[in-house]
Design a protein around this ligand. Sequence first.
Ligand SMILES: [Zn+2]
Ligand SMILES: [Zn+2]
Length: 125
Amino acid sequence: MAAVHGSCLCGGITVEIHGKPDTVMQCYCDHCQMNASAPFQIVAKYDKSQVIVQTGEDLVKHYIVTNTASGQPKHKVFCSSCGCTLWTIPMKYGDANRFVRVSLIEDGLKNLKPDQVLFGERKDT
Ligand SMILES: [Zn+2]
Ligand SMILES: [Zn+2]
């Protein structure tokens, strides 16, 4: 499968993603709601090796969320120029994965449809 490209809001950080995600999740947790200003956020789970930062490595910053449901820290990786969150790294998997926001991937919202719902009990909160 050909690589797809993605970027943050300002375009300072660009990424190339190889292959298909393991799963695409529609997550209703409070962190996703706060970050998306929507009932849920859609993220695609990739192996770390599938997501290659092409430009803007120097703009990449991590914010570490510690009050997580799993009790393990979760890194919110964002662009320090435009503030856009690119992906999350749940450390319960030990830096193995990148949960990439599908809206930042070219045709992501069209091609990457959720196959899993997380924290669905919070749908109406
Ligand atoms: Zn940016
Ligand atoms: Zn979430």
